[in-house]
Each structure stands twice: as structure tokens, then as C-alpha cells.
Design a protein around this ligand. Structure first.
Ligand SMILES: [Zn+2]
Length: 133
């Protein structure tokens, strides 16, 4: 083998490694979920809105108990492109708000003004019209 060929080969290898590292660096961890179900829900929401996302660690989750407890065993949602980070974070906010809104809406709430109880679906008191606090 000629020495210049070897040098060529090394150079090519370095480029490939740099390219792989760049791909890893471009990935951005958006959210650590409590369970795989939640992670896949969010991931599906992001993908449906045109953001490339991936769930990682949902396999490890099923091995919990055998592994030491910690964040690493929780499934997480990753963005595949750094350029979509801002949009991904906005969608995460939206998704969390949607989730909390749907659970809150079932609960009755008490008006801070007149003390009347209103159903969760109403944003204002049916009695005096005060906005829900
Ligand atoms: Zn009221």
C-alpha cells in the first residue's frame, strides 16, 4: 500500500466521523416523559406538525427494576434537526397546555367573587360572570 493512499483513507474516515458527530450534536433532547405512552403521544404530536422527532429510552423503561432508577431509564423525546428546536419547544408548550386544559375542564371550580360553583367547561362564573381565576 502506498503512503498517500493511506493518508487519503484516514482523511475520508475523519470526515465520516465528523459527519456522524454533527448528526448527534444536531439532535436536541426536548422532553423527558414519565412513561413511554406520554413520550409517544408528544412525538406523534410533533411529527403531525412537521417536526422530526424520535422517542428514545422507551425500551430501557421496560427494563426498569433491573436497572438503577434515574432519569436515564425514562423515555425522552428528541428533535432530529437543530433548526427545528424553537418550533419543537413551542409545540411542546402547546401540547402541555392542551393536556392540562383537558384534565382541568372536568373539575368544577368555585368562583372567587361570589362563591358559586361552576362546571369546568365554563371559563366564567354562570352566576356573576367573573372569569375563572
Ligand atoms: Zn361568581
Amino acid at each position: 500500500m502506498h503512503l498517500s493512499e493511506l493518508a487519503d483513507g484516514e482523511q475520508r474516515c475523519a470526515i465520516v466521523v465528523a459527519g456522524t458527530l454533527k448528526a448527534i450534536m444536531a439532535m436536541h433532547k426536548l422532553y423527558t416523559a414519565d412513561n413511554p405512552f406520554e413520550a409517544h403521544l408528544l412525538c406523534g404530536y410533533l411529527v403531525a406538525h412537521g417536526v422530526s422527532a424520535q422517542v428514545q429510552g422507551d425500551v430501557l423503561f421496560s427494563m426498569r427494576g433491573e436497572l438503577p432508577m434515574g432519569m436515564d431509564t425514562l423515555p425522552s423525546v428528541w428533535l432530529l434537526h437543530a433548526g427545528e428546536q424553537e418550533r419543537g419547544e413551542l409545540l411542546l408548550e402547546e401540547w402541555r397546555n392542551n393536556n392540562s386544559a383537558s384534565t382541568d375542564s372536568d373539575d368544577n371550580w368555585q368562583c372567587a367573587q361570589c362563591g358559586e360553583e361552576s362546571e369546568g367547561g365554563f371559563a366564567a362564573c354562570w352566576q356573576c360572570g367573573s372569569m375563572r381565576a
